[in-house]
Design a protein. Structure first.
Length: 469
């Protein structure tokens, strides 16, 4: 176990000289927002929060912390769901919210250069105004940051057609734990010069380096979007419909699954009706493109595939207003579950064809352990968000039943060929279960990579690797 040192007054003075006194926070009131993220009720208190304004600030701060053996936890928008940005060993939280500039939108190379604190939706809007498109769209896109998206390799509904964050990152600038600055990749579509350090950093959950500049690839913005909503009497029929759509050579940009209880929670929270909210399962399917006749034909064929598979009806949302009404309900589901009850969200992912088996297994496990689950997620890529809710259960029952249910769920998912997380990361929440999904040799390789980047173990400690390791 690494023995960390406390933050001294001398260090605080040095931080203030680098980032400015107003960007070094130490009072309980100022620090409180940095003690938690969106991960249930986890709380960890740092000794200080430092908000750098540049790569050079980050490098100088890291050099000081490296020499003093002070742990550092980088943080973006605080929207994480695995505790990845929580200071489990105290020390310093490095808040990157000041580094929030879009530095360049290169319309010749179809690239954008951004700082890590850029809100994802702000990049969407900026490039779309120029007829360009940055597809990754996590549910928290209005508040999450690009740096956090890279740390967790964020996905979202459009993963089905366009892929996840790593598919769009072409290069980064990053600061190592010892304060060295590295640059990887560039405005290049091809690059096999040595190991791919860019891709190694994406999804590393802030444990290897602090990303301070990001180069992302852009594509042309599709002119047209159409959204279908199809209610089904059960998930098996919904999955059959989705498979039929693919077999008919139709490739949606998104295909979302919502079960009855998830819909009802969102309806209650938002206080407005939602079509077919009494259905047992809903599919929200979106297609995009540029050819009006072609997309209309695909919409008709997709709708017919749903009806042939047992859909009770098919609703077409053609206008932006109608589409946003449907999508706002889907994006609200996580917050709606949270308002409904204390909860634990599992980010299960399995081969897409196993989706009905996965949801059935979740419900069977829930019944055996006497708990309730609410499911929704990305049917198109097999990533289901399983929310275990406390409801009226006593605190003792909750603490007794929850660990066994989660362990059984993880074992079941892995046995199906799946794994623990599709887009939320391991963080401090799932680290003790990672040996279920990652072999000993692979885990040792990961730990070796961590030691090369961070031999003193000061950067985002307490994440990914099991406590007993």
């Amino acid at each position: 176990m690494t023995h960390y040192k406390p933050v001294t007054n001398e260090l605080l003075d040095q931080f203030a000289q680098i980032a400015g006194t107003e960007n070094v926070l130490t009072s309980a009131f100022d620090i409180e927002p940095y003690t938690h993220d969106e991960t249930e009720d986890l709380r960890f208190t740092p000794q200080a929060v430092v908000r750098p304004g540049s790569t050079e600030h980050v490098a100088a701060i890291m050099r000081l912390c490296h020499e003093a053996r002070v742990p550092v936890t980088p943080r973006g928008g605080g929207t994480g769901l695995s505790g990845g940005a929580l200071p489990v060993h105290g020390g310093v939280v490095l808040g990157l919210e000041r580094m929030n500039r879009i530095l360049e939108i290169d319309t010749h190379n179809f690239m954008a250069v951004c700082e890590p604190g850029v809100i994802t939706e702000n990049l969407h809007k900026a490039v779309e105004d120029l007829g360009l498109f940055y597809p990754p769209d996590p549910a928290s896109r209005a508040s999450c940051t690009l740096g956090g998206n890279l740390a967790e390799c964020a996905g979202g509904p459009r993963t089905l057609k366009y892929g996840v964050t790593r598919d769009y990152v072409r290069g980064v600038q990053a600061v190592l734990p010892n304060g060295d600055i590295i640059n990887t990749g560039g405005k290049l579509l091809k690059n096999v010069t040595g190991y791919d350090l860019t891709q190694l950093l994406i999804g590393s959950e802030g444990t290897l380096a602090i990303i301070t500049k990001i180069i992302v690839r852009l594509i042309p913005l599709p002119r047209l979007r159409r959204t279908l909503l199809a209610p089904f009497p059960c998930l098996d029929h919904a999955t059959a419909a989705l498979n039929s759509i693919f077999l008919n050579r139709i490739f949606p940009c998104a295909a979302e699954f919502m079960e009855h209880d998830a819909i009802q929670n969102a309806v209650t929270m938002l206080g407005r009706p939602f079509p077919y909210s009494d259905a047992q399962a809903l599919l929200l399917i979106e297609l995009d493109g540029d050819d009006e006749a072609l997309i209309q034909k695909d919409i008709e064929r997709a709708g017919q595939a749903c009806l042939d598979a047992g859909a009770l009806d098919v609703l077409l949302a053609e206008t932006t207003v109608k589409q946003e009404h449907l999508w706002s309900m889907r994006r609200a589901m996580g917050e709606a579950v949270k308002k409904h009850s204390a909860y634990r969200e599992e980010d299960t992912v399995a081969p897409r064809a196993k989706l009905p088996d996965l949801v059935r297994a979740i419900k069977d496990i829930s019944a055996r352990h006497g708990i309730r689950t609410i499911c929704y997620g990305h049917a198109g890529d097999g990533n289901i968000h399983c929310n275990i809710v406390k409801n009226a259960m006593s605190e003792q029952e909750w603490k007794t039943r929850l660990p066994g249910a989660i362990a059984e769920l993880h074992k079941t998912v892995v046995a199906m060929g799946g794994t623990l997380s599709g887009e939320h990361g391991i963080g401090c929440l799932q680290k003790n279960h990672i040996p279920m999904a990652v072999g000993r040799s692979e885990l040792e390789l990961m730990k070796g990579i961590k030691r090369v980047f961070d031999p003193t173990g000061i950067l985002n400690p307490g994440k990914i690797f099991p406590d007993q390791e």
